[in-house]
Design a protein around this ligand. Structure first.
Ligand code: GTP
Ligand code: SPV
Ligand code: MN
Length: 585
C-alpha cells in the first residue's frame, strides 16, 4: 500500500465491491516483473517465447471473441446525454454505475487484484497525468509496464494529490454479453469489464489518453489527439516535427518509423519517432503548439510488419515484447502474414489450433499486436521524453480512400483545416469489431475516441486555432488510392517522405502550390519521384480531383455533418464554400 489516502480509500471501495482474494500493489520493479511473468506462465496465461531468439518476450492469446476494440460496447457516461453527443454511445451516469456495479460485484472472488499506479507522459512533465488501474489480469499489468511509466514513480508524482484517473478493470467472464467499456469523464473514472483485449483493458491508452484526456483538454485548454509524432531531420541537422491523425490500422506506426529512401539517406535525411498513436498538445511559451507522447511503448499491428515495410518496428520487438494473437512456431518464435519471411511449415494459429500454409486461414489475427518498449526503437527521438515536448510545424489528417482523396493537399487556413479533419473518411479496418472496408467518416480519427460531444470538439479545435499565435499548417494525405485492378498506386512507406518534404517545404515557404477547389495541391514537379517507379503521368493521376467524385463527396459530407449537434458555424461556412467551389469546377 502507498500512503495517498485518496488512492487507498478508492482501492478499498473497489475491493469491497469486487471481493478479490488478495491485493497486490504494483511497484514497477524488475523483481515484480519476474515474479508476475513466472506466475502467468505457470497458469498458461502467457507463454514464454524462445529466450535465445526473443529474450524477455512473451506470447498471449485472447479469447476468440475478444480480439479488437468493441465500439458498440463502449460508452460515455455523463449526467446529460448532450455532453456525450450523438456520435457516442451514452449511458446515464448513475444507471451505468448501477448496471456495471452488478457485474463487478464479487467478480474478483478467487482472483488477485493488482493496483497499478501509472503516468501518461514523461514523469513530472506539465503535460503528464497520473492514473491508477485496478485489474485482475497479469497480462494487463505486464502490458501497462511497457506502455506507461508505472509503479513507484507514478505515486511519487501523485504525492498526496486526489487528482488521478480511477480505472477499474476486470476480465469478468469474458462474455461479450457482459462486456462494457464505460467512461465517466465527470468523475475522472473508467470502468471496463468482460474483455482482455488491448484497447478495452489497457486503460491508460484509448480510455484515458484519448477519451478522458480529450474532455480534460477541452476544460483545461489543451488537446488530446489520435496522432503519431515524428521528427524530420534535414542534411543541415535541423529537425522539424509533424503530427498525423489516421484512423486505426491506417499507417501511424509505419509513418512514425519511416526510413527515408536511399537517395535521401545518402543526402543525410533522418526520421525520428516521438510517438506512434497518441499526442497531447499544448501551447508553448513561444506561441507554437508543442506535442508530447503520453505513452512509453508501442501497441502495434503485427501483420504487414516486415523488414521491408517497417524494419524499425520489427527491430523494436526483438526483446522484452509481448505478442498477442500472432502465430506461434514450434521453436517458440512468432510469425504473422506479410512478415517478409516464409511461413512456417507447421505452427499454432492465433486460436491455438494447428496451422499449415495450406490451412486456408490466417495464422495471425489481422488485429494481432506487439507491445514493445519505445526506448528500444532504433529511430527513437532524443526528445521523446522531453518534458516540454516538441514543437509542431505541420499537422496531417489522412485515411484509406481507394478513390476521391488525392495523395496530398494543404488546407487554406486553420478553419478550413479543421473542416478537412471534421469530414475525414476512411475504409474500416480490423482494429475494431465489425465489417472491414466500409467507408466511414471518422473526424480527426477521433470518432471512437472523443470523450464528449463531437460538435463541441470541433469548436475546441477552432478555439485552439484562435489561441495559438503560431499554429501548425494543416494537410491531408491519402497513401491508399488504388488502380482499376485494386492495387495501391503510391508505393507508400519510406516513399511517404517525399510527400512529407513537400509539406515541410510549404510550411517553410519554399514551394508554390496550385490552388484547387479542395485546397492547395502540389505542382507535380515538386514531388520528387527519382528512385520510384512512379511516372509523372501516374503522379498527376494521384493528385487529380474528379468533379463527379467530389460532387458525390460533398453530398456525403452533407449527410455526415447533419449527424452532429452543436456544429460550429465555421464548419457550416467551410462546407458551403467547398460545395460552391466544387459546383463551379
Ligand atoms: P493503430 O495502432 O490501430 O492505431 O494503427 P496504425 O495507424 O498505427 O497503423 P499501422 O502503421 O500499424 O498500419 C496498419 C496497416 O497499414 C499495416 O498493414 C501496414 O502495412 C499498412 N500501411 C501502413 N503504411 C502504409 C502505406 O504507406 N501504404 C500502404 N499501402 N499500406 C500502409
Ligand atoms: C487502435 O485501435 O487505434 C489502436 C489499438 O491503437 S487499441 O489499443 O486497441 O486501441
Ligand atoms: Mn491507434
Amino acid at each position: 500500500m502507498y500512503n495517498n489516502i485518496y488512492v487507498n480509500e478508492w482501492v478499498e471501495q473497489m475491493a469491497a465491491m469486487t471481493k478479490p482474494d488478495s491485493i497486490v500493489w504494483i511497484d514497477g520493479s524488475e523483481e515484480e516483473r519476474e515474479r508476475l511473468t513466472k506466475q502467468a506462465v505457470s497458469t498458461g496465461e502467457m507463454i514464454e517465447l524462445n529466450q535465445e531468439k526473443l529474450p524477455g518476450c512473451l506470447y498471449h492469446r485472447t479469447a476468440e471473441n475478444d480480439v479488437a476494440r468493441v465500439e458498440h460496447l463502449t460508452f460515455i457516461c455523463t449526467s446529460r446525454k448532450e455532453d456525450a453527443g450523438p456520435t457516442n454511445n451514452w449511458m446515464e451516469k448513475s444507471a451505468a454505475y448501477a448496471k456495471l456495479g452488478t457485474l463487478f460485484n464479487g467478480c474478483m472472488k478467487g482472483r488477485t487484484m493488482y493496483v497499478i499506479p501509472y503516468i501518461m507522459g514523461p514523469a513530472f512533465s506539465e503535460f503528464s497525468k497520473v492514473g491508477i488501474e485496478i485489474t485482475d489480469s497479469i497480462y494487463v499489468v505486464l502490458n501497462m509496464r511497457i506502455m506507461t511509466r508505472m509503479g513507484k514513480i507514478a505515486m511519487d508524482m501523485l504525492g498526496d494529490s486526489p487528482d488521478f484517473v480511477k480505472g477499474l478493470h476486470s476480465k469478468g467472464e469474458l462474455d461479450p454479453e457482459k462486456r462494457f467499456i464505460c467512461h465517466f469523464p465527470e468523475d475522472n473514472a473508467i470502468w471496463s469489464i468482460g474483455s482482455g483485449y488491448g484497447g478495452n483493458v489497457l486503460l491508460g491508452k484509448k480510455c484515458f489518453a484519448l477519451r478522458i484526456a480529450s474532455w480534460l483538454g477541452r476544460k483545461e485548454g489543451w488537446m488530446a489527439e489520435h496522432m503519431l509524432i515524428l521528427g524530420i531531420q534535414d542534411p543541415t541537422g535541423n529537425i522539424q516535427y509533424v503530427t498525423a491523425a489516421f484512423p486505426s490500422a491506417c499507417g501511424k506506426t509505419n509513418l512514425a518509423m519511416l526510413i527515408p529512401p536511399e537517395k535521401y539517406r545518402k543526402m543525410g535525411y533522418k526520421v525520428w519517432t516521438v510517438g506512434d498513436d497518441i499526442a497531447w498538445l499544448r501551447i508553448g511559451p513561444d506561441g507554437r503548439l508543442w506535442a508530447v507522447n503520453p505513452e512509453s511503448g508501442f501497441f502495434g499491428v503485427a501483420p504487414g510488419t516486415s523488414m521491408k515495410s517497417n524494419p524499425n518496428a520489427l527491430l523494436t520487438c526483438q526483446k522484452n515484447t509481448i505478442f498477442t494473437n500472432v502465430a506461434l512456431t514450434p521453436e517458440k518464435t512468432v510469425w504473422w502474414e506479410s512478415m517478409g519471411v516464409p511461413a512456417p511449415e507447421h505452427a499454432t494459429d492465433w486460436k491455438g489450433q494447428p496451422w499449415t500454409p495450406d490451412s486456408g486461414t490466417k495464422a495471425a489475427h489481422p488485429n494481432s499486436r506487439f507491445t514493445a518498449p519505445a526506448k528500444q526503437c532504433p529511430c527513437i527521438s532524443s526528445e521523446w521524453e522531453n518534458p516540454a515536448g516538441v514543437p509542431v510545424t505541420a499537422m496531417i489528417f489522412g485515411g484509406r480512400r481507394a478513390k476521391v482523396a488525392p495523395l496530398v493537399y494543404q488546407s487554406f487556413s486553420w478553419e478550413h483545416g479543421v473542416f478537412v479533419g471534421a469530414t475525414m473518411a476512411s475504409e474500416t479496418t480490423a482494429a475494431a469489431t465489425g465489417a472491414v472496408g466500409v467507408v466511414r467518416r471518422d473526424p480527426m480519427a477521433m470518432l471512437p475516441f472523443c470523450g464528449y460531444n463531437m460538435g463541441e470538439y470541433f469548436s475546441h479545435w477552432l478555439e485552439m486555432g484562435k489561441k495559438i499565435p503560431n499554429p501548425p499548417k494543416i494537410f491531408n494525405v491519402n497513401w491508399f488510392r488504388v488502380d482499376d485492378e485494386g492495387h495501391f498506386i503510391w508505393p507508400g512507406f519510406g516513399d511517404n517522405l517525399r510527400v512529407l518534404l513537400w509539406i515541410l517545404a510549404r510550411c517553410n515557404g519554399k514551394v508554390d502550390a496550385v490552388e484547387s477547389p479542395i485546397g492547395y495541391l502540389p505542382k507535380p514537379e515538386d514531388i520528387d519521384l527519382e528512385g520510384t517507379d512512379i511516372t509523372p503521368e501516374v503522379l498527376k493521376g494521384l493528385l487529380s480531383i474528379d468533379k463527379e467524385a467530389w460532387t458525390q463527396e460533398v453530398e456525403d459530407q452533407k449527410a455526415h455533418l447533419a449527424r452532429f449537434e452543436k456544429l460550429p458555424e465555421e464548419i457550416k461556412k467551410e462546407y458551403e464554400a467547398l460545395a460552391a467551389r466544387v459546383a463551379a469546377m
